[in-house]
Design a protein around this ligand. Structure first.
Ligand code: ATP
Length: 371
């Protein structure tokens, strides 16, 4: 998978222009607030996922503009393809001249992994961030998963509404049974898919982390399904029957849930736990350790994506090297050799150890090949 070129029109602070990418490393350097991250965000949108900064579509338009467009020429499955995203203010996509509707249609067509400083929230924030990471990663290897999540959220909403109505209409309990069975069927499937994904991701994350840390630290990743008291093992292939456990828990907690007016168990309460040498990375990890955990997740996500799709995803690395000591920096730079990489930094000297590629300066939204 590689980006050949990207053109942008009225996108954030970027002045209309085009990036002609190298197949190897593309360094985009410049001072703060010049538009480097905006450029990575523009490429990322072609994966079909939401902005990695959580931006709403309208925020992607240049101030005071009513529409924007991005055109990506890329090579996937040995074929040159062209995708175009128009934002006015909702995003629509066309692929090779055919309208595909919403950008989620690009899931699995163009693949990338992104690391941005805001992704430290994967460790530092609550479980929702970790679920978001997991879901976005799974969607890239299994695009139909997106539909399952939508169906789950719709059914969850039905149960929550019914919980409130049941307080006044006890006769609704048989309807509740039906919704709970449906919810546990879809929810159990989501948990099974998440566990299977983590079972494959976990060894790679451990290995990359231990490489980053120079073999002095051990990282453990565990999956805690919403409603379970203990994490489920990611070591063996044996997995609990999530569907049955979820149905049991939904019935068991129905009264409590009625009082709370919301559902307390299910994949919308899942969490991932990271521990370094047995201690929670969230509670005890240093900045550098937390950054390394997130990086290990992102780099491993890319390896898994390549295993599943046969294509090496494009790596988008925003300000990845800061706060890492030289040994950790070297590990990152060596690990990504051979990938197509877009890496931003303020000081291009930081990336001198990378293989040859192209370097661009970003200044006030103007992108120029650097001398
Ligand atoms: N919708 C928009 N329209 C115009 N300008 C915008 C829009 N959204 C963000 N900006 C501007 O883009 C600039 C930030 O760009 P970006 O986040 O890409 O910076 P950066 O070069 O990555 O900086 P840093 O090194 O600090 O991360 C800010 O000056 C911001 O005001």
């Amino acid at each position: 998978m590689k980006v050949d070129s990207l053109s942008f029109h009225h996108f954030r602070n970027l002045c209309d222009g085009e990036l002609q990418a190298s197949d190897g490393v593309n360094v985009i350097w410049g001072d703060n607030a010049q538009g480097k991250t905006n450029l990575l965000e523009a490429i990322w949108l072609f994966t079909g996922s939401r902005s990695f900064r959580g931006a709403k579509d309208a925020e992607l338009l240049s101030f005071s503009k009513k529409d924007a467009a991005l055109t990506l020429s890329f090579t996937a499955q040995n074929r040159e393809q062209i995708a175009k995203i128009t934002i006015s203010p909702n995003k629509q996509v066309s692929l090779n001249g055919v309208s595909m509707g919403t950008v989620s249609a690009m899931a699995g067509v163009f693949c990338a992994v992104v690391f941005a400083p805001c992704h430290l929230s994967l460790i530092q924030d609550g479980p929702a961030e970790r679920r978001r990471f997991l879901d976005a990663a799974i969607c890239q290897v299994k695009p139909s998963y997106h539909g399952l999540l939508t169906e789950y959220n719709r059914t969850l909403l039905q149960r929550n509404t019914l919980l409130k109505d049941m307080a006044y209409h006890s006769e609704l309990s048989s309807t509740m049974e039906i919704w709970e069975e449906h919810l546990s069927r879809i929810g159990g499937r989501i948990q099974e898919i998440r566990r299977r994904y983590l079972y494959r991701l976990s060894p790679a994350v451990k290995e990359v982390y231990e490489g980053l840390a120079g073999g002095n630290e051990q990282l453990t990743l565990s999956y805690l399904p919403g409603g379970h008291n203990e994490p489920v093992s990611l070591e063996g292939k044996e997995a609990p029957v999530f569907k049955d456990l979820l149905l049991q828990n939904l019935r068991l907690r129905r009264r409590e849930d009625m009082l709370a007016g919301s559902t307390s168990v299910g994949p919308h309460r899942d969490d991932l736990l990271f521990s370094i040498n047995g201690f929670s990375a969230r509670t005890y990890g240093s900045q550098g350790q937390q950054r390394s955990v997130v990086l290990a997740c992102k780099l491993s996500e890319a390896s898994l994506l390549r295993e599943v799709t046969g294509e090496q995803p494009v790596a988008l690395l925003d300000d990845v090297l800061s706060e890492l000591d030289p040994r950790r920096q070297d590990f990152v730079l060596n690990h990504i050799k051979g990938w197509q990489v877009f890496i931003t930094c303020c000081d291009p000297k930081q990336t001198e150890r990378l293989a040859a590629g192209r370097s661009f300066e970003m200044k006030n939204g103007v992108l120029r090949p650097a001398e």
